[in-house]
Ligand binder design. Structure first.
Ligand code: HEC
Length: 135
């Protein structure tokens, strides 16, 4: 292949790499998240599992009760998970996507992809939903 074609192929590859990287950082669209079905029944066992995971992974930022009323929570502007305000949506799927992919656009909360399995994330969703006014 000629020099020109070579350059075209190389820049095509670069574009693919770039788009691939973007896709990895991009959150699932809200509409798609809202439609996700929680495959894990919200029963006491799941909520207990979710609570244990919450205490390991979320408590330091959102506080023991999810109210985000600790000094650390306030200083970083962590969300109260017990009130009725859900900037990113309060459906199971929307909360799941925040847990997995982080809270954009600033991502002060990073996603737990690779740290929490899907199954464990749904347990955490069930726990968070049990905390307060999520509807
Ligand atoms: C490093 C601190 C930190 C950790 C760890 C963390 N969060 Fe967050 N979380 C935040 C911050 C800060 C925000 C608000 C981000 C913003 O508004 O820009 C947030 C936002 C959220 C939201 C969105 C609320 C809304 O109203 O849209 C949910 C849901 C949430 N966190 C759940 C969790 C869960 C569940 C865990 C544990 C798996 C967790 N977070 C771990 C800091 C954290």
């Amino acid at each position: 292949m000629g020099m020109r074609q070579g350059m075209a192929v190389a820049s095509g590859l670069l574009v693919c790499l770039f788009v691939g990287t973007l896709a990895a950082a991009q959150t699932t669209p809200r509409a798609a998240a809202a439609k996700m079905k929680n495959p894990v029944a919200s029963n006491p066992a799941s909520i207990t599992a979710g609570k244990a995971l919450y205490e390991k992974q979320c408590r330091m930022c959102h506080g023991a009760t999810g109210k985000a009323d600790t000094a650390a929570a306030k200083s970083m502007g962590a969300s109260d998970l017990t009130d009725a305000a859900w900037t990113r949506g309060s459906s199971d799927g929307e909360i799941f996507v925040v847990i997995q992919e982080g809270a954009g656009p600033e991502f002060k909360m990073k996603g737990f992809k690779g740290k929490l399995t899907d199954q464990d994330s749904w347990h955490v969703v069930n726990y968070v939903r049990s905390l307060g006014a999520a509807k």
